[in-house]
Design a protein around this ligand. Structure first.
Ligand code: CAA
Length: 257
């Protein structure tokens, strides 16, 4: 795999993916997205991977779609853009994805960060949808996910002015779950990922799916989905193990069954 995506682990159930195109502030070209997509396929299939952390550099998580590549595409090129399938693959990932964001998370970079289930930001992080400055608009969830995460008014402001928000504002708006010193984001995200990696995998998977439904289903449908998922867990060995371990005052040994 070319080194525009560095992959470490799994260690204690966690793989760390590092976007590595420093010459273009980690702009997401097709090759990088394809590598990310493949790496997620591998992580999905590997039972030793229980969670994935995705990060960039101290200067940039990712400064958006690759503008050189985009400039070379006409309408048909955009219509048949292979990156669409890669974005769908990222959205479909069933294991927890935690983003450790430092510096610029702009355009597709902000959209990638929003695909994460938990977002940790360095104090120097800047989140924005500057596509409007290029005469275009967000195309990988920057109007839909952003509005659901920060509310319509702030999403409108960001997408229509192109002006980014800083980490503190992103925290207040609910886009990120916590902020810390930039040097500590990966450690923080990895710590959270390791905590999750020790839980029962099927319960983790169904919890992720169920929380996700909250933003694209009515409350009644979401509650029904949650109830079904809760019921499915009754058939798992890990549920029995979790309950037995509590009653026997010992640590559970989850097997993913
Ligand atoms: N695509 C391709 N190359 C990019 C890039 C991008 N999105 N962002 C930065 N780069 C390149 C620059 O061209 C520059 O390359 P050279 O050294 O060869 O000139 C290098 O990365 C460093 O960038 P700067 O010199 O511009 O760094 P800076 O610190 O002065 O500014 C910045 C940083 C404000 C992030 C600025 O680079 C910038 O505005 N980048 C573009 C951000 C943007 O508009 N993103 C949205 C893209 S469209 C999109 O993402 C669509 C979608 O929804 C999927």
């Amino acid at each position: 795999m070319p080194n525009n995506l560095l992959i470490e682990g799994p260690e204690q159930g966690v793989q760390v993916f590092t976007l590595n195109r420093p010459e273009a502030l980690n702009a997401l070209n097709t090759e990088l997205l394809a590598n990310l997509s493949r790496a997620l396929d591998d992580a999905e299939a590997n039972p030793d991977v229980r969670a994935v952390v995705i990060t960039g550099s101290q200067k940039a998580f990712a400064a958006g779609a690759d503008i050189n590549e985009m400039a070379a595409r006409n309408l048909v090129g955009i219509l048949e853009d292979p990156r669409v399938a890669h974005w769908e693959r990222i959205a479909r990932f069933t294991k927890p994805l935690i983003a450790a964001v430092n510096g610029f998370a702009l355009g597709g970079g902000c959209e990638l960060a929003m695909h994460a289930d938990i977002l940790i930001a360095g104090e120097n992080a800047r989140f924005g949808q500057p596509e409007i400055n290029l005469g275009i608009m967000p195309g990988a969830g920057g109007t839909q996910r952003l509005a659901r995460k920060v509310g319509e008014s702030l999403a409108m402001r960001m997408a229509l002015t192109g002006e980014p928000i800083d980490a503190r504002r992103a925290l207040d708006a609910g886009l990120v779950s916590e902020i810390c010193q930039p040097e500590l984001t990966v450690e923080k995200a990895t710590g959270i990922a390791r905590t999750i990696a020790r839980k029962a995998p099927i319960a983790v998977r169904l919890t992720k799916e169920s929380v996700r439904k909250a933003s694209d289903m009515s409350l009644a449908d979401g509650l029904r989905f949650e109830r079904h998922a809760f019921t499915i867990l009754a058939g798992t060995a890990d549920r029995q193990e979790g309950l037995d371990a509590f009653l026997e005052k010992r640590k559970p040994q989850f097997t993913g069954r």
